[in-house]
Design a protein around this ligand. Sequence first.
Ligand code: ADP
Ligand code: MG
Length: 215
Amino acid sequence: MGFFITFEGIEGCGKSTQVKLLSEALNLEGFPCIATREPGGTYIGSKIREILLNPDHKGIAPQTELLLYAADRAQHIIELIKPALNDGKVVICDRFTDATVAYQGFGRRLDSSLINRLNEIASQGLLPDLTILLDCNVKIGIQRAMERNSKNKDIRDDRFEQEAMEFHDMVRNGYLAIAKEEPERVKVVDATKDIQSMHGEIWGIVNAFLRNNRT
Ligand SMILES: Nc1ncnc2c1ncn2[C@@H]1O[C@H](COP(=O)(O)OP(=O)(O)O)[C@@H](O)[C@H]1O
Ligand SMILES: [Mg+2]
């Protein structure tokens, strides 16, 4: 079995940036590795992603949103994540089940036992071996996401990026609560640092983890 590493955090905290740097570094060091994301890690998932993030889709009910994330995750686990782990690869995933707890649980206030049950069904019980939570305040994250989107004509603010600051605060607090519950699995990295310092810290965490868990 390979290793399953997930990245979590609010919009603009630097997940995509760090996933790319980590997967490049791991491949260079001889750890076969794939980087993927939720929603949208598969072809079917990319269709679900479009429904979920399209800012015109303001009418999506919280329950529908929850089920669409579960559907995306089920496809992702079956088609991509489990086969890659069975191949002995390191799988790095940009958002996973903790995002559902943080956004749909802490953000949308959906029932946590329902969320946990759905997460378990969708992921077939697979838990991340290691989760890197990039933490920064909401103002910094949203500012970065806005700047990123304005620099790239092909990106417009997605449905979540348009949520109120209070929503993002609840999500951030949700993530921090998860990290407090599971300090062994979830490592918090200060996302206000510069990109290279964050990468160095993440590299240290991942390296120690891979060395300690190599069979
Ligand atoms: N540590 C950092 N300091 C300053 N800007 C950053 C940092 N990390 C990422 N960025 C920039 O902020 C924007 C959002 O980063 P991104 O990786 O897309 O975040 P996420 O995937 O978490 O939404 C990008 O334009 C990126 O270049
Ligand atoms: Mg991203």
